[in-house]
Write a protein that binds this ligand. Structure first.
Ligand SMILES: [Zn+2]
Length: 309
């Protein structure tokens, strides 16, 4: 998977004085290119040494530096930087306009950013049984899942403009337009609506209180929003149709599936050169992880009726 870059114009909406807030300043961030939403995610706005930081759970952080420093975010000129560990950042000059609870950051590039204040970092539902991302709860057969794998975890890849990278997930073959579903209950952290690299990130809460994240890439016609709670029955989107597959030049029409322990790398580990050990700090091998869980589930199911997972 490649990391994509945006030209950015932002629109931001900030209702409160940032420094005085005892509650968290949470925003739904919409990054648009030529008027079309390209990325959507939740972020917390923090005032930090005369600048503002939009801290996201599963996306690059955004830094806003006002031309005239001040404690309260106000309409005016800002420099906006996308910050991301180990990767280059891009900086834009933008004009912010604040209306009610929304902030618009408009730049001279085709990209704008809109911040709408709302609590989109809500509760994540407890996870349940694990499923194949193609099941919609109908087909979670471990063997069928494993047979779909056409790209392995940690494979070394070249092309796509970087120096080569290790594959942070697995590639699962699927038919044109095949619908994709969450592998467990969870909450949507981010969505990218780009034509060939669109995807969804979901947070899962495990019974022991820990969290895991699943990421579904190369999907289109995405039907969920950041902050939304989902179940394995919630349609996320679908794989490429024939025309998009042709444009993509991939060997197989496939879903790129990642399972992560954290998002400290903002989800871009697979975008630069690193060792398998580095990759495994943030990512699990979905073939092993989900393969084992689906096999266990199948064994349970075969024990007979009355077993729920
Ligand atoms: Zn992949």
């Amino acid at each position: 998977m490649q990391t994509a870059f945006w030209g950015i114009a932002f629109s931001l909406l900030l209702p409160f004085s940032v420094h005085a807030a005892s509650t968290r300043n949470l925003y739904l961030v919409l990054i648009t290119r030529m008027g079309t939403v390209e990325n959507q995610f939740c972020a917390e706005l923090i005032s930090d040494n005369g600048r503002y930081l939009l801290k996201s759970e599963a996306h690059k952080d955004i830094i806003l530096i006002p031309e005239t420093p001040g404690a309260i975010l106000s309409s005016g000129k800002y420099s906006v930087t996308l910050e991301h560990q180990n990767l280059k950042t891009s900086t834009l000059q933008v004009t912010a306009t604040i209306h009610g609870d929304s902030i618009k950051l408009l730049s001279k590039t085709p990209v704008d950013i809109l911040l709408v204040q709302q609590n989109c970092l809500g509760e994540t539902p407890m996870s349940n049984a694990w499923n194949s991302p193609f099941s919609g709860n109908n087909d979670s057969n471990a063997k069928a899942f494993l047979r779909r794998i056409v790209g392995k975890f940690a494979d070394f890849r070249t092309g796509g403009g970087d120096d080569g990278h290790r594959h942070a997930g697995i590639d699962l073959r699927g038919g044109f337009g095949k619908e994709v579903y969450p592998i467990n209950d969870g909450r949507v952290l981010a969505a990218s609506f780009k034509d060939l690299s669109g995807g969804v990130v979901i947070e899962h809460l495990l019974p022991d209180g820990s969290r895991l994240y699943s990421k579904y890439v190369h999907i289109q016609d995405i039907s969920v929003k950041a902050g939304e709670q989902v179940t394995p029955h919630t349609r996320l989107g679908r794989l490429f149709d024939k025309a998009s597959f042709k444009k993509s030049r991939y060997t197989h029409n496939h879903l790129h599936l990642e399972i992560r322990k954290d998002y400290e790398d903002k989800g871009t580990d697979s975008s630069y050169r690193e060792t398998r050990k580095d990759l495994e700090r943030h990512c699990l091998d979905p073939e092993k992880f989900l393969g084992a869980l689906l096999t266990k589930k199948l064994a349970h199911t075969e024990q007979g009726p009355g077993v729920s997972n």
